[in-house]
Design a protein around this ligand. Structure first.
Ligand SMILES: Cc1cc2nc3c(=O)[nH]c(=O)nc-3n(C[C@H](O)[C@H](O)[C@H](O)COP(=O)(O)O)c2cc1C
Length: 212
């Protein structure tokens, strides 16, 4: 087992990589307690610079990031979040709606990887946050139609996910049920995610005793 002394104890206690990886991958997690401290503009741009270099089909870069930092913009974004997300996301100094273009610029053909590519970029963005001492928490719980109407999103772009970004706050600022869940999650064994040469059904994979 790979143990990493560079990890903060609150993460090392809950997360263990079985193979050697950069600690950044374990440091990235999705707390809900945000500090209201603003995020420095240069740091935020560095986060999006990370996202910018994600790979995409045909280098289409279908993602777009719509930011809400002012009080008025954050209020607009909060209004299209699911109530369960509003509770904690309201404290975040930055909200980001990721939208993705469904067609290639070239000849306007459908781009079947527009969501996949936006997901890749959001992963880079989240790791960019961890690299810069920020937290990012993704949300699928939002009303895409309301977001589209509120922000004037064109029909060939689809709202994919909202992310709250900021510095980590104290879990005591959260309602008790959410404070109790403020713990880094684990992952299933890696052998259940990797198959060689053919598909293995999830229940067979769990019983699989191949060396990892
Ligand atoms: C696309 C996406 C949508 C998510 N939607 C929500 C959400 O609506 N509300 C929420 O509280 N967490 C949401 N999450 C957070 C996940 O539950 C979290 O990433 C997952 O449990 C893994 O934990 P970790 O990010 O701390 O490693 C979302 C994450 C992603 C990537």
């Amino acid at each position: 087992m790979f143990t990493n002394n560079e990890l903060p104890p609150e993460i090392a206690q809950h997360r263990h990589a079985d193979h050697e990886i950069d600690p950044l991958f374990l440091k990235r997690w999705s707390p809900r307690a945000f500090s209201s401290e603003p995020v420095d503009d240069a740091v935020l741009m560095s986060v999006f610079e990370c996202a910018r270099w994600a790979a995409s089909s045909n280098n289409e870069q279908p993602w777009r990031f719509i930011l809400a930092r002012s009080e008025a913009d954050r209020k607009k974004f909060l209004d299209f979040l699911a109530p369960g997300n509003q509770v904690w996301a309201k404290a975040a100094p930055v909200l980001v709606l990721i939208v993705s273009k469904k067609t290639f610029d070239y000849k306007d053909r459908p781009n079947k990887t527009y969501q996949f590519d936006a997901g890749t970029a959001s992963g880079y963005m989240s790791l960019g946050c961890a690299l810069n001492g920020l937290i990012a928490h993704g949300m699928a719980g939002f009303d895409g139609d309301l977001a589209r109407a509120t922000l004037g999103i064109l029909t060939n772009f689809e709202p994919i996910a909202v992310f709250a970004i900021g510095k980590q706050g104290d879990s005591s600022t959260l309602p008790p049920d959410l404070a109790a869940r403020e713990v880094p999650s684990g992952r299933r064994p890696i052998a259940e995610s990797i198959m060689e040469g053919h598909f293995i059904a999830p229940d067979e994979a769990q019983a699989d005793t191949r060396p990892q």
